[in-house]
Design a protein around this ligand. Structure first.
Ligand SMILES: *[C@@H]1O[C@H](CO)[C@@H](O)[C@H](O)[C@H]1NC(C)=O
Length: 235
């Protein structure tokens, strides 16, 4: 065997090892969140009777540029004056934008009236990156036990991140003008659980014995809370 063959063999086996390590790292990262698409796109076929995790793909030959476009006019402020909490969330996700299917991303615009609140809620499937478009907000999130609050005041152009599945909220600090924010979310279908609505407005209601003990208050306060109208401000 000529001496150079041995060097060649050693070189290729060490680069093979490096390649294997790299591949292992890459595939581990790829499985950490929404699975990576196995094709260029999979525009959701909302009419298909087939049930999968997500939506089945529309025939690629029937896909057209409109499938990758959403004319929702996110530059238009949404009405907040009829909202009990003074905010209005406009979602752009796979439900109203089928082109997002399998892509692991979505958007929301949040409008706040004076002192309006986007009440404490959770997105079970997404991290949220919020950019302030207009105004000044007080916002924050609470971690899992022990429940630490990370909060601050943010202004136009600032960016804040709410890690996946943490309870979070925002409030417009101005009592005389509106505010707005644009959120990017790391899932095509982030989901939302508004805490007060889920606890006091579930259908059917949670037993008031359970909630009186949980909140350490009289049952009649729970009954009063459960009789309120719990508005959903996410559209
Ligand atoms: C949110 O805005 C939309 C569009 O402007 C409007 O139709 C809807 O009634 C608003 N919701 C509330 C609670 O004000």
């Amino acid at each position: 065997m000529p001496p150079w063959t041995k060097h060649l063999t050693m070189a290729s086996s060490s680069s093979l090892f490096l390649l294997a390590v790299l591949l292992a790292l890459v595939s581990w990262q790829a499985t950490a969140y929404d699975p990576s698409p196995l094709q260029d796109f999979c525009v959701a076929d909302m009419k298909s009777p087939v049930r999968v995790n997500g939506f089945p793909c529309k025939d690629p030959m029937a896909v057209n540029p409109e499938d990758f476009f959403n004319p929702a006019m996110l530059d238009q402020p949404r009405d907040t004056k009829n909202s009990k909490v003074g905010s209005n969330v406009t979602n752009i996700n796979v439900i109203n934008f089928p082109g997002l299917n399998t892509l692991g991303i979505s958007l929301a615009r949040i409008d706040y009236g004076p002192l309006g609140v986007n009440t404490p809620h959770i997105h079970p499937r997404a991290t949220e990156l919020l950019t302030v478009l207009e105004g000044t907000l007080y916002l924050g999130f609470v971690t899992s036990n022990p429940n630490r609050l990370f909060s601050r005041v943010v202004k136009k152009g600032d960016v804040f991140v709410f890690p996946k599945a943490m309870i979070h909220f925002q409030m417009n600090l101005a009592h005389d003008k509106p505010a707005a924010a644009l959120s990017s979310l790391s899932s095509q279908n982030p989901g939302v659980i508004s805490i007060a609505n889920a606890v006091f407005g579930s259908n059917p209601p949670i037993s008031d014995d359970v909630l009186a003990t949980a909140f350490q208050v009289e049952k009649k306060l729970i009954d009063w809370l459960q009789s309120q109208f719990w508005e959903n401000n996410h559209y």
